[in-house]
Design a protein around this ligand. Structure first.
Ligand code: 7TS
Length: 424
C-alpha cells in the first residue's frame, strides 16, 4: 500500500488542482510491481525514468490503429500518423518555449543530438586554433564528441573548473572565453552531483564574444521548467526516456538561423529536396536532419510524455523534487560513514551521489537490490569528475516526482544494513 508521505501534504501541494500523489503513482504500472513480496523502490530516474500508462497507450494505439510511415502517404492512416508525429514536435516545442515547431529536430537521444551539432555545425565552423569550452562535470556524451572534433580540426578544448562543493567556478569564465572560444557546451544539471549550472549567465557572457552555446538538458528538461528563449541558448539537447517518455527518441532544439546554416548530418531519404544521379539539394529544417524513417511511435510517445508532464505542471514537479531531495540529503547525512557529493539543496536537483565508508558502490547497490531498491553504482559516464572527487565510483540515488519519503526511508534502512554487513 502506498502511504501518502509528508511531502505531498505541504500547503502548496494542497492547492486545488495540485496532483494527488497516489493517483500519480497509479499512472505508472511498474511502481506497483514487487519481487518476492518486496515492492520496487526505483531510485534511478537519472538513468531512465518510468513511464505512465498515457505514454504506453499513445504508442500502442498508433501501432494498433494507424501504423503507417509519415510524410509520404496520401491515404488516411498515413496522414493521421504524420499529424500525430508533427503534433509531437509542436508539443515538445511548446514545452521548452521554442518559438516554432521547426526549431525541434528529432534524434535518438541526447547523445545523438550533441553529435549532430558536433558533426554538422562543428566540422564546418570550427577552424584550427579555435577553442571549445566545456566543464569538468560533463557526461561523456558532452565531452567525447568535442574531444573528437577538436582533434580532427586542430582546435583546443578548454574546461571550466569546479569549486570544492561541485559548482562551476566562473571566476575565469571571461578569460577562458577570450581564448578563441567558438562554442560553449555545458550541462544544465549534473547527473552525478545534481549541480544546477547558471547556463543563462554563461550564455550571456559567451554571446558577448560571439560564441554559440549548447546546453545539455538531459537532466534539466525532465525536472524543472526550461525556457530556451529565457536561456537564450543556441542548442538544447535532451532525451525522452528520462522524462517519462520512451527510449529511442530525443530532441535537439536549435536557433532557426543557426540550424538553417548547417549542412545535413545523415544523408538519405526524407532529407532531400531534389536528387539527380550527380547531386542533391536538401530539405528545409528540421527535415534536413531527419534522414530515413524516424522513430514514429516514440515521437508520438514523447508528445504524450510532455503532455503528461505539462498536466502535472513543471513547477509542481520542481517543488516536489526539491522537497524529496532535501529529505534525501538529510536522511543520508544522518547515516554515519556516508559521504555525500555536491552542493546544498537549493543549488541542485535530485541526483545524489554518495559513498558508504570504503564499501565499493557495486556492493552497496547489490545489497540494496536484495531489498528491490534500484540505485546506480559506477562512474556514471563521468570519469573525469570521478578523478576530481578522488573516487573510482559512487552510489547514486536519483529521485523523480513519483518517489516518496517512505522510499527514501527504505533506502536508509538498506544503507544501515550495508554498514552492518561490511562493518563500515
Ligand atoms: N547528458 C547527461 C547530463 C546525462 O545525464 C546523460 C545520461 C546523457 C547526456 C546521455 O543521455 P542519453 O539519453 O543519450 O544516454 N545519463 C545517464 C545517467 O546518469 N545514467 O545513465 C544515463
Amino acid at each position: 500500500m502506498l502511504e501518502i508521505d509528508a511531502i505531498s501534504l505541504t500547503p502548496a501541494s494542497m492547492r486545488a488542482g495540485t496532483p494527488d500523489l497516489a493517483k500519480v503513482r497509479a499512472d505508472f504500472p511498474i511502481l506497483s510491481t514487487s519481487r518476492e513480496g518486496k515492492p520496487l523502490i526505483y531510485l534511478d530516474s537519472a538513468a531512465t525514468s518510468q513511464k505512465p500508462r498515457a505514454v504506453l497507450d499513445a504508442m500502442s494505439t498508433y501501432y494498433a490503429t494507424y501504423n503507417a510511415n509519415v510524410h509520404r502517404g496520401v491515404y488516411a492512416i498515413s496522414e493521421q500518423a504524420t499529424a500525430a508525429y508533427e503534433a509531437g514536435r509542436a508539443a515538445i516545442a511548446r514545452f521548452i518555449n521554442a518559438p516554432e515547431p521547426e526549431n525541434v529536430v528529432f534524434t535518438r537521444n541526447t547523445t545523438e543530438a550533441i553529435n549532430l551539432v558536433a558533426y554538422s555545425w562543428g566540422r564546418h565552423s570550427i577552424k584550427p586554433g579555435d577553442a571549445i569550452l566545456t566543464s569538468a562535470l560533463e557526461h561523456h556524451s558532452n565531452l567525447v564528441p568535442w574531444q573528437m572534433l577538436a582533434e580532427e580540426r586542430g582546435a583546443r578544448l578548454l574546461h571550466l573548473p569546479l569549486d570544492a562543493q561541485g559548482r562551476l567556478d566562473l571566476t575565469d569564465l571571461d578569460g577562458l572565453l577570450a581564448q578563441g572560444v567558438k562554442l560553449v557546451a555545458i550541462s544544465q544539471m549534473s547527473n552525478v552531483l545534481g549541480t544546477i549550472n547558471p547556463v543563462a549567465e554563461i550564455a550571456r557572457r559567451a554571446h558577448a564574444v560571439g560564441a554559440l552555446v549548447l546546453v545539455d538538458g538531459a537532466q534539466s528538461v525532465p525536472h524543472f521548467p526550461v525556457d530556451v528563449q529565457a536561456l537564450d541558448c543556441d542548442f538544447l539537447a535532451f532525451s525522452a526516456h528520462k522524462m517519462v517518455g520512451p527510449t529511442g527518441v530525443g530532441a535537439l532544439y536549435g536557433r532557426r538561423s543557426v540550424l538553417e546554416a548547417m549542412p545535413p548530418f545523415m544523408a538519405g531519404g526524407s532529407m532531400i529536396k531534389k536528387v539527380t544521379l550527380e547531386r542533391s539539394t536538401y530539405a528545409d529544417v528540421p527535415q534536413r536532419f531527419e534522414a530515413g524513417t524516424q522513430a514514429i511511435a516514440e515521437v508520438i510517445g514523447f508528445g504524450a510524455a510532455v503532455q503528461y508532464l505539462s498536466e502535472l505542471g513543471m513547477e509542481w514537479v520542481r517543488d516536489r523534487e526539491h522537497a524529496l531531495t532535501a529529505y534525501l540529503l538529510e536522511t543520508l547525512s544522518a547515516i554515519p560513514g556516508v559521504t555525500i557529493y555536491g552542493p546544498p539543496v537549493d543549488e541542485r536537483g535530485g541526483a545524489v551521489s554518495f559513498n558508504v565508508g570504503d564499501v565499493h558502490p557495486h556492493d552497496v547497490a547489490s545489497l540494496l537490490d536484495e531489498d528491490n531498491i534500484a540505485v546506480r553504482a559506477g562512474h556514471h559516464c563521468c570519469q573525469p569528475l570521478m578523478g576530481l572527487l578522488a573516487v573510482a565510483a559512487t552510489t547514486r540515488a536519483s529521485v523523480y516526482f513519483y518517489n516518496t519519503t517512505d522510499e527514501i526511508d527504505a533506502l536508509a534502512r538498506g544503507l544501515h544494513r550495508v554498514r552492518r554487513v561490511f562493518g563500515s
